[in-house]
Design a protein around this ligand. Structure first.
Ligand SMILES: C[S@@+](CC[C@H](N)C(=O)[O-])C[C@H]1O[C@@H](n2cnc3c(N)ncnc32)[C@H](O)[C@@H]1O
Length: 247
């Protein structure tokens, strides 16, 4: 995927897997071959002579262009999950449900090149969506996407992390325990406090130790020197995070 930036800073995205023809834009026609051949940061011109700088898209650019299905996990939560579990290159992670494949992509990007993400999704539509999005992200080879229900079975063993973004994680505690290595992490992402209470009550009867319940807030400021202040927006609750560890 590539990004073209015009002289006013406006951006055009180009995915060679999906854009098979020259692009017809507000700047005129931009030749597909020019976009593909341009070196990172070089300038090309449309047929009307308008200049565009061409850049290689990075992980974040690709993520913004994924097809959306179920609600995705946002960077503010993704960053904290990886920081508190120490997931990195070589890690083995079990995740469910894959949904839109957004968090699967974060995980795959962290564990590659030698690690693996085993991602379960029980709904056929979202299984296909996640598969398609992982291909757009160029991350399919680091993910084993499984059509399955984690309340019934998790086939993996010796995982470093089991992460669940689904409504009733207490139904998967036994399977998570069997899938984890000793000392492994079990993290759940839940929108309501009612779910948190039910999960913690269930975890108290097991070998999992809950070490953190967190609600991560992000305050975004507008980057304008003449009016440096928080962006005006409604407060958006995403979900709470429950971190536990198998001891
Ligand atoms: C909110 S979405 C996950 C979004 C995902 N974390 C992302 O960032 O794109 C929840 C998904 O869990 C799936 N799901 C619910 N219960 C499940 C289960 N028991 N096993 C596997 N998948 C399940 C749903 O079909 C849905 O696609």
């Amino acid at each position: 995927m590539r990004i073209m930036v015009d002289e006013s800073g406006r951006k055009i995205f180009f995915d060679p897997k999906k854009n098979k023809k020259d692009m017809h834009t507000y700047l005129g026609i931009i030749r597909r071959s020019d976009i593909i051949r341009a070196k990172n940061g070089r300038t090309i011109k449309s047929h009307t002579g308008k200049k565009l700088k061409v850049f290689d898209a990075d992980f974040r650019d690709r993520l913004k262009h994924l097809k959306r299905g179920p609600q995705i996990i946002t960077p503010k939560d993704a960053g904290v999950i990886s920081a508190y579990t120490g997931i990195g290159p070589g890690s083995r992670v079990v995740e469910a449900g894959a949904g839109s494949g957004a968090f699967t992509s974060y995980l795959a990007n962290l564990v590659r090149p030698s690690g693996k993400v085993y991602s379960y999704e029980r709904d056929e539509r979202f299984y296909k969506l996640a598969k398609d999005n992982l291909s757009t992200m160029d991350l399919s080879k680091y993910v084993a996407l499984k059509k399955g229900d984690v309340y019934e079975k998790i086939a993996q063993k010796n995982a470093d992390l089991v992460f669940l973004d689904l409504p009733e994680p207490w139904n998967a505690i036994k399977n998570a325990e069997k899938a984890l290595k000793p000392g492994g992490y079990f993290v759940c992402y839940l929108p309501t406090m009612n779910q948190i209470i039910r999960l913690i009550k269930a975890l108290e009867k097991t070998n999992f130790e809950v070490f953190k319940v967190a609600n991560i807030h992000e305050e975004i400021w507008q980057a304008r020197c003449d009016a440096l202040r928080p962006v005006t927006h409604d407060f958006r609750h995403t979900a709470f995070l429950v971190f536990s560890r198998l001891f």
